[in-house]
Design a protein around this ligand. Structure first.
Ligand SMILES: Cc1ncc(C[n+]2csc(CCOP(=O)(O)OP(=O)(O)O)c2C)c(N)n1
Ligand SMILES: [Mg+2]
Length: 339
């Protein structure tokens, strides 16, 4: 008889955790910034101002927002794949630098030489922006190894997708992370698709929270469209990792509204499916409704906030359009470092 590995399943809390009014407003602001920034990036791509690959995070904003709010900014490390603009914005990186990297300008975070998928900031402890699917799980485990080695008390937050979760290196990383009790939280952003392939078509088991079962890594399945649930689960997972108990897995049930990248025939899912998520589960609308219901915000105050965010995005877009391209001499810089 087949044995089922269930030992590590952690029950999610039955009650919906509450955020303070101030936290709700913060979450709203961060998520709205990501959305408006990326809508603009999508337009600029259409105008030919952004070249190469560009993957939008629209729909998934609650994941990085809730996790970052639960983390220690400037101390905990974050690393993700190519769907990375939101991570940088929430971690406090300058929107002008992010947008200018998208347009390949010298004021970009990687001086215009990395583009959408390859940005990082050592200072803010953001380690990319990685184009190799699954690599961030291993690199994130390495960051956790460094944290333990140095004893700096930081936690590594490594995000990857449902498709990446089927990569071999992810399991080698799980093994080492558990063996050495490394302070890492693996965040599996299950948005149901890897490019045009649904999880049902690609994955032998679709409960990704259980993927650490053979390594005895605890895992939780979380409503990734509800920032309160994300924040609450992230607090628990980060605390677990920071206290020396080793890795933790959070499977975030989420959804991307846009195509995989800027070119996507969108034949693998129905329009109705997308509309349903947008109308019934939108992470930003959920927070907005609560803010208005409690009276902590008014339609008026949210409009003012919206204009502030639009101004930030317009400023970023203007900068990214007018900033010069990197000098030809930059072709040979930042390629290797002397250790
Ligand atoms: C090692 C490797 N294999 C394949 C690809 C091509 N590729 C780019 S994105 C992607 C799908 C990944 O899907 P998922 O992990 O679910 O992330 P999502 O795009 O949904 O955020 C694939 C197969 C790649 N970049 N790297
Ligand atoms: Mg996916």
């Amino acid at each position: 008889m087949a044995r089922k590995a269930v030992a590590t399943k952690v029950k999610t809390q039955p009650n919906v955790p509450e955020l303070t009014n101030e936290q709700e407003l913060e979450a709203y602001r961060e998520m709205l910034l990501i959305r408006r920034f990326e809508e603009k990036a999508g337009q600029m791509y259409g105008m030919g101002l952004i070249g190469g690959f560009c993957h939008l995070y629209i729909g998934q904003e609650a994941v990085v927002t809730g996790i970052t709010m639960a983390s220690e900014k400037g101390k905990d490390a974050q690393i993700t794949g190519y769907r990375d603009h939101g991570h940088m914005l929430v971690m406090g990186l300058d929107p002008k630098g992010v947008m200018a990297e998208l347009t390949g300008r010298s004021g970009g975070l990687s001086r215009g030489k990395g583009g959408s998928m390859h940005m990082f900031s050592n200072e803010h402890r953001f380690y990319g922006g990685n184009g190799i699917v699954g690599a961030q799980a291993s690199l994130g485990t390495g960051l956790a190894f460094a944290s333990k080695y140095k004893g700096d008390g930081s936690v590594s937050l490594a995000y990857f997708g449902d498709g990446a979760a089927n990569q071999g290196q992810v399991y080698e990383s799980f093994n080492m992370a558990k063996l050495w009790k490394l302070p890492v939280v693996f965040i599996i952003e299950n948005n149901k698709y890897a490019m045009g392939t649904s999880i049902e078509r690609s994955s032998a088991t679709t409960d990704f929270s259980q993927r650490g079962a053979s390594f005895d890594i605890p895992g939780e399945q979380v409503d990734g469209m509800d920032v309160r649930m994300v924040y609450d689960a992230a607090k628990r997972a980060i605390e677990h990792a920071r206290s020396g108990n080793g890795p933790y897995i959070l499977e975030m049930l989420t959804y991307r509204y846009r195509g995989h990248s800027m070119s996507d025939p969108a034949k693998y899912r129905s329009k109705d499916e997308v509309t349903k998520y947008r109308q019934e589960r939108d992470p930003i609308e959920q927070v907005k409704a609560r803010l208005l219901e409690t009276g902590f915000a008014t339609e008026e105050s949210l409009k003012t906030l919206e204009s502030e965010i639009r101004a930030i995005v317009t400023e970023a877009a203007d900068f990214a359009t007018n900033d010069p391209e990197p000098d030809a001499a930059e072709l040979w810089t930042d390629i290797t470092i002397e250790a």
